[in-house]
Design a protein around this ligand. Structure first.
Ligand SMILES: *Cc1c(COP(=O)(O)O)cnc(C)c1O
Length: 432
């Protein structure tokens, strides 16, 4: 019934993360509280790193897509686990650098990087800039010339594959704000322009076909399309592209019913496709980059809340109001994301009631989950929402001037604070 190996139930009937009692953690740190399993995160990192070891003889790099959950401690863990990271803003880059993350293993994404961000990236020696559009290509070339250096770049390509959770479609041209389209010739034109730019080295191509993908087939397909393009580039320009970044998007378990393919299986199968395609097209196997975000942290966190009230509207529904909401988890109001919820202090009891878990914000849509099966709960109980590790804290806001929650990391039955709870004073930090 639990969505991650890091979760359990102890003799007191309390939910545990990495063996730590969540009810005790809620008491110690207050709620809302986000509890990450450090063991779980490290286990996931190692899985990605070793899959590159096993399938490509180490000729590759796994980047943690840090937008999923970005804070100093995450970058430190990634560094220790020999991961690279990708960042999509000056703020994420700043955090990574402050954490002492080696700049050469940082890749910089984004469809509208400012000159200031590009300057910051080049000045600090960021490993690769992943270029999204022609204007950006021109700006990087000019900036690099000014700074008397050469920028190593990847081009972001739209491979024309639209992957959904359970299937994928090939479209003539996907409607996306990111990257250069293959079909229209836009991508090849960008390659030629990059090759002709004096202060740019085109080392690789990048694609990212979606998120929370359960199937392997769309990834195999994307790899084929990208390698066909690399062969085309070689045929038409003579240029050899040596790095292939296949993006992220590997699905995780939110609900019990979710059944994502194991990541190691993905890597095994894609590597076969890559090697076969390279043999067919007479290419050397490129340096492979992958960018898992959600799959590194998503299932390794639970958010703990205290129930304030239980309001039953006969024949309609029961609202369980908690002390957080869309401010710490906007994924339900954004796209009706599904979660498992349970009562952390009654985790050994059957989930035999159905409720709507509501946040404390002044928005009727501020819900965490509708029609969720949970134990019978009352005021004072601790509600746990599972698999909140990705795109929760990083999307948190201060709507209604609700301070962001504290974040705790647990490891081998020890716990430590990694992000302090925001205070009311923090809320006034920039007010004049
Ligand atoms: C968001 C993103 C990722 C990570 O996606 P997940 O679904 O979290 O694995 C990787 N690469 C790029 C370019 C992204 O935008």
């Amino acid at each position: 019934m639990l969505v991650s190996d890091s979760l359990g139930v102890n003799a007191n009937g309390h939910l545990t993360v990495s063996g730590c009692d969540t009810v005790a953690l809620a008491e110690k740190y207050g709620t809302p509280l986000m509890v990450y399993s450090e063991d779980g995160i490290r286990r996931n990192c190692r899985k990605f790193v070793s899959s590159i070891e096993e399938n490509y003889g180490g000729k590759g790099l796994a980047l943690y897509a840090s937008k999923a959950f970005s804070c100093l401690e995450m970058y430190r863990i990634c560094k220790q686990e020999h991961m690279g990271v990708d960042v999509v803003s000056g703020g994420e880059l700043y955090t990574a650098l402050k954490a002492g993350f080696p700049a050469e293993n940082i890749f910089f994404h984004g469809n509208n990087k400012t000159d200031e961000e590009l300057h910051m990236a080049l000045e600090n020696g960021v490993g690769r800039l992943v270029v999204d559009n022609i204007e950006e290509l021109r700006r990087i070339d000019a900036l690099a010339a000014q700074m008397q250096l050469t920028a190593a770049i990847h081009l972001r390509i739209k491979p024309g594959i639209d992957a959904h959770t359970h299937n994928f479609i090939r479209t003539g041209q996907i409607d996306s704000k990111f990257g250069f389209a293959l079909e229209t010739g836009e991508a090849l034109a960008a390659v030629k322009q990059a090759l002709a730019s004096d202060h740019i080295t085109l080392t690789g191509l990048h694609c990212h076909i979606g998120s929370q993908i359960f199937d392997i087939a769309p990834f195999e397909h994307a790899a084929e399309v990208m390698l066909d393009f690399i062969a085309d580039i070689k045929a038409q320009t003579g240029a050899v592209i040596t790095e292939l970044n296949l993006g992220g998007g590997f699905g995780i378990k939110y609900k019990d019913s979710d059944n994502p393919e194991d990541f190691t299986e993905y890597m095994k199968r894609v590597s076969v496709v890559v090697k076969e395609k390279c043999a067919e097209k007479d290419l050397d196997v490129p340096f492979i980059v992958i960018e898992p975000g959600r799959s590194v942290v998503g299932a390794e966190c639970v958010t703990l809340y205290t129930v304030g009230s239980v309001k039953t509207i006969p024949q309609i529904r029961t609202y369980v109001s908690i002390d957080g909401g869309m401010t710490d988890n906007p994924r339900y109001i954004l796209y009706q994301a599904e979660y498992e919820v349970l009562c952390a202090n009654k985790a050994d009891q059957p989930r035999d009631t159905v409720v709507t878990v509501a946040g404390k914000c002044c928005e009727s849509g501020d819900l965490i989950q509708e029609n969720a099966a949970i134990q019978s709960v009352e005021a004072g109980d601790i509600v746990a929402v599972l698999s909140t590790g990705a795109y929760n804290y990083s999307m948190a806001s201060n709507y209604n001037r609700v301070p962001r929650p504290a974040v705790v990391m647990v490891c081998g039955e020890t716990d430590r604070l990694i992000v302090r709870r925001e205070s009311y004073e923090d809320l006034l930090r920039n007010d004049l």
